[in-house]
Design a protein around this ligand. Structure first.
Ligand code: RIB
Length: 310
């Protein structure tokens, strides 16, 4: 008999073992990146660096981060039948992400226009393209895959009804509420954990606050557990048993693009392998710190050996 959706007894490594540790449902983009000294004001033009083109998208980033660490990952998403789509498929194949549920769409592949500032900070405009065509029907057709995995990891660059359908079908949901937008209580209640950075938390809560206060306040909104990431300060995890701060190693920051996706992919994988939330977040913080030292999103993601060090 299949595991009931979101039954607490089906958490983590418990339940029948499927072919994948982790299923990611989400976006696949080509990232077009230019480094700038400062961003243009409306009506202004500034000159930037040479253009870099990377595979990205919050969903694909989570999948690649986990796969590169050793996870068995399947990705449910949509790409266009264009040159970007071919680039994205090839790079996911190189990282050994299962693409049995990567669909094609007549719309162009998703594109992210990214500027990276001198301190490694980024600003992103996403044209969702094919990602906006990922449908509830696509989720229904992948129902068996979703139920077979201990953890399903989600973000919000695909339509909300699709994300909600995937959450309903999952045994355990890791949800990165990024980019931030209003979501129904039902989705929040399925999160274990809800993952946000401190800026996203402030947008959801309507007021800025220290990460520990944010984590407690977000828990009141209904998720089973919460993780607030805080860049160089690490992360805070919260569930009914309390709040725990997780410090980050100090590193030199070159580019923060995709660090939150790497964190979430690593976290989701470790939860699938049976780690408790604080232990999984401790590992994910080290993965996130490793990514900001290199340029790009997936291009910066470490192997397990790089995270564990000599
Ligand atoms: O979180 C970083 C990602 O956001 C980029 O890879 C870009 O594609 C956007 O989706």
């Amino acid at each position: 008999m299949s595991q009931p959706a979101n039954d607490a007894g089906g958490r983590g490594a418990a339940g029948p073992a499927g072919p994948y540790d982790l299923v990611v449902v989400g976006s696949v983009n080509v990232d077009l990146v230019v480094r700038v000294d400062r961003r243009p004001a409306p009506g202004e033009t500034v000159l930037g660096s040479d253009l870099s083109t990377y595979p990205g998208g919050k969903g694909a980033n989570q999948a690649v981060a986990a796969a590169r660490l050793g996870a068995r990952v399947s990705l449910l998403g949509r790409i266009g039948m264009d040159a970007h789509g071919r680039l994205l498929r090839e790079s996911l194949e190189r990282d050994k992400v299962d693409l049995g549920h990567l669909r094609e769409s007549a719309a162009p592949s998703g594109v992210a226009l990214i500027s990276v500032g001198p301190r490694g900070d980024n600003s992103i405009i996403v044209s969702p393209g094919a990602n906006a065509r990922l449908s509830e029907q696509d989720v229904a057709e992948a129902a068996e895959l979703l139920r077979s995995a201990p953890v399903v990891s989600l973000q919000l660059e695909t339509p909300l009804p699709t994300v909600l359908a995937a959450a309903r079908a999952a045994r355990r949901v890791v949800f990165n509420l990024s980019p931030p937008a209003p979501v129904p209580d039902e989705l929040l209640a399925l999160c274990d954990p809800l993952v946000v950075n401190e800026h996203e938390a402030a947008m959801v809560l309507g007021v800025p606050a220290p990460p520990a206060r944010q984590a407690k306040a977000l828990l009141e909104l209904g998720p089973r557990s919460v993780v607030v990431t805080a860049g160089a300060e690490g992360a805070v995890v919260a569930d009914r048993s309390g709040v725990t701060s997780i410090p980050s190693p100090r590193v030199e920051v070159m580019d923060t693009t995709g660090a939150g996706d790497a964190f979430t992919g690593a976290l989701a994988w470790r939860l699938a392998m049976g780690d408790d939330l604080a232990t999984a977040a401790g590992f994910a913080v080290r993965v996130g710190a490793a990514t900001v030292r290199r340029a790009g999103a997936q291009s910066s993601y470490p192997t397990l050996a790089e995270v564990e060090g000599p």
